[in-house]
Design a binder for this molecule. Structure first.
Ligand code: 5AD
Length: 349
């Protein structure tokens, strides 16, 4: 068996490993290995992106989700959620506030299937007109290829659609039968073909997840080569069918950031809200393990609590776009600088 240290060299040089080798690196518990992984990932991160941390203004456009994912707090059958949908005017007000705060990327994120493609196109066109210098990212779930095509033509630059898990059997255990793993994977390919900068992503420590499943996620990311990859720990939400399962681990989440950084040096990797919600200073730790993006919340304050994908989700403090100064200070404390640049991915293609 090749030593884990040697596999790190291989990953950093050739940017590919076998499934078994990824599984070995997922499970290696030698502290020296983990220390080397962190240092190398941070060095690659800094070589590619300097000490810069990109910020995205996250607008949670609504929680009226039509999906019923077994782990998610805003699943359709969760009656405890008070539903909301922002109007076009609300969305534009969030963008105005964000623009004035310095944001040059807006991420419109919301429950799946809430908006027709016509409504999405209207939002995109409106933001495009008012803010031609900003990147527009959508994160609104699955659509048909033609819908994505219209959104792209309207001026959307990026699309985030987490694959959730690259293992089809695990996908089926976490989602109702009506949801198709294939359709989601097809969506990701269409988005890429249509010229979006594409983000996929997965949860760490999801119920029933084994180390081998994380190895499959890494292999999928290697082969699909997204521009971005969002990874956060699973966090239970008490009103969901999986609400009694234990949370995923912050350390394993950071390990995924580092392995992905070595695998695809130019990848955009957000230090996620879920990581920040799980442990104090989680996002800062994520940056030190190779992440280079944070997505502060720009949603209207009175709606924020309702976008509870999991319990104890951060929505205030440095998580809040309004407190950019605090975020700047907390990043400066670990040697990093928040930048308002659009922050396009260095992953080509
Ligand atoms: N814990 C962590 N992440 C979650 N998501 C949904 N529910 C949870 C949860 N309980 C993530 C999923 C989804 C994104 C919107 O949030 O990966 O794609």
């Amino acid at each position: 068996m090749t030593s884990s240290m040697a596999l790190l060299d291989q990953l950093a040089c050739s940017h590919t490993l076998s499934l078994q080798e990824y599984a070995q690196l997922v499970q290696e518990d030698d502290p020296e290995f983990l220390d080397a992984l962190q240092r190398r990932a941070e060095a690659v991160r800094n070589k590619m992106y300097g000490n810069q941390v990109f910020i995205r203004g996250l607008v949670e456009v609504g929680n009226a989700c039509r999906r019923n994912c077994l782990y998610c707090g805003i699943r359709r059958e969760n009656r405890a959620v008070e539903r909301y949908v922002l109007s076009l005017g609300d969305v534009m007000a969030c963008c105005r506030e964000g623009y004035d705060l310095g944001f040059r990327t807006f991420v419109l994120q919301g429950g799946e299937g809430m908006f027709s493609s016509r409504q999405v196109v209207e939002m995109v066109q409106s933001i495009r007109r008012h803010y031609p210098d900003c990147a527009i990212t959508l994160s609104l779930g699955e659509y048909d290829r033609e819908d994505f095509c219209r959104m792209r033509e309207a001026g959307a630059d990026r699309y985030l659609l987490r694959h959730e898990t690259a293992n089809e059997a695990l996908y089926r255990r976490l989602h109702p039968a009506a949801m198709s793993f294939r359709h989601r994977m097809d969506n990701l390919r269409w988005l890429r073909e249509l010229g979006f900068q594409v983000g996929c992503g997965f949860m760490v420590g999801a119920p029933f997840q084994q180390p081998e499943h994380l190895a499959e996620d890494l292999k999928f990311v290697e082969i699909f080569r997204p521009h971005m990859c969002g990874v956060g720990p699973f966090l239970p939400q008490k009103d969901t069918p999986l609400g009694t399962h234990p949370p995923g681990s912050a350390a394993m989440t950071c390990r995924m950031y580092a392995l992905m950084r070595l695998m695809i040096p130019g990848l955009l990797i957000p230090a996620t809200t879920a990581l920040g919600s799980l442990v104090p200073g989680g996002r800062e730790t994520g940056i030190r393990w190779g992440a280079n993006v944070v997505m502060p919340n720009l949603s209207p304050l009175h709606q924020r609590k309702k976008y509870a994908l999991y319990d104890h989700k951060l929505a205030t403090g440095t998580e809040s776009a309004q407190n950019l100064q605090d975020l700047r200070a907390s990043m400066a404390a670990i040697g990093y600088e928040v930048t308002v640049a659009r922050g396009d991915s260095l992953v080509e293609g």
